[in-house]
Ligand binder design. Structure first.
Ligand code: K1U
Ligand code: ZN
Length: 170
């Protein structure tokens, strides 16, 4: 297993839609395991392939509290087939350092995907799991939670981030 570097805003790969996985081969199984290691180390509750520089519809998730038995989940080609209700949650993102903001999402979702071995399965999410699934699936469409907040807050963050990157480069 290996920890992978996490891409951060404004990396262009975070803004592009990802391509479907054709076949879950050994390389992709290894990538999923590396992403899980990277997510646990970050630490985070989810991670999407574009965050590690891969243009693929693959996400990993584990929303179980860290003092409980881990429940890693791998989703290839995930798609939301049902959503209901509405909830507001203060989100962050490993690719958007130093910023959190309230985001409105569906309260419950049903997602179909292929698991770590390429077998189809369905997962129903509510609470943090529902939010995490939507946040990660957004990554696969080239969308960050910044795209779901007010234009004013988004602009303020982008300005601050670009200033910080410029300072770091000096
Ligand atoms: O995609 C990512 O950058 C990971 C991100 C996913 C996320 C899930 C739910 C809400 C917001 C963002 C994170 O893992 S954020 C950090 C985190 O560990 C966490 C977030 C919410 C509750 C508990 C932990
Ligand atoms: Zn994210």
């Amino acid at each position: 297993m290996a920890r992978l570097p996490i891409k951060t805003f404004p990396d262009p790969g975070l803004s592009r839609p990802c391509r479907q996985v054709r076949e879950v081969d050994e390389d992709l199984k290894q990538l999923a395991q590396d992403m899980l290691e990277t997510m646990y180390a970050a630490p985070g509750v989810g991670l999407a392939a574009p965050q590690v520089g891969r243009d693929l519809r693959l996400v990993v998730i584990d929303c179980v509290p860290r003092d409980e038995e881990p429940q890693p989940m791998v989703l290839f080609n995930p798609r939301i087939v049902h959503m209901e209700g509405q909830v507001i949650f203060e989100e962050g993102c490993l690719s958007v350092p130093g910023f959190t903001c309230d985001v409105t999402r569906a309260e419950r979702v049903v997602v179909q995907a292929m698991d770590a071995e390429g077998r189809p399965f369905t997962v129903e999410g509510e609470g943090l799991m529902a939010i995490c699934l939507q946040h990660e699936l957004d990554h696969l469409d080239g969308r960050l939670f910044l795209d779901r907040i007010s234009p004013l807050k988004r602009t303020l963050y982008k300005k601050r981030r670009l200033k910080q990157l410029k300072r770091d480069a000096e």
